[in-house]
Design a protein around this ligand. Sequence first.
Ligand SMILES: [Zn+2]
Length: 88
Amino acid sequence: MSVKALRSTFGPNCHWCGLPMDFDEPHGRPESATIEHLLDATMGGMRQPKHRRLAHAVCNHTRNQLRLKAEREFEEWLATRRASAGKP
Ligand SMILES: [Zn+2]
């Protein structure tokens, strides 16, 4: 499903922030429309057209960065928890 098809199905606004996206060529700007895969590799890599939405490049990027940050923080918390296990 292309950006154009997704736009006609879901409208011109970002899936995440709800603000209008930039559909002008060339792509690559922060406000450009990008295809968001709602089921990504963490969900078994199922990439089906029905799970695609449009989102700003900057929203897509920030979401990915914050998810990675959260995963790192969780790993650190787990390490702390394991390190403190068995201590009085
Ligand atoms: Zn957005």
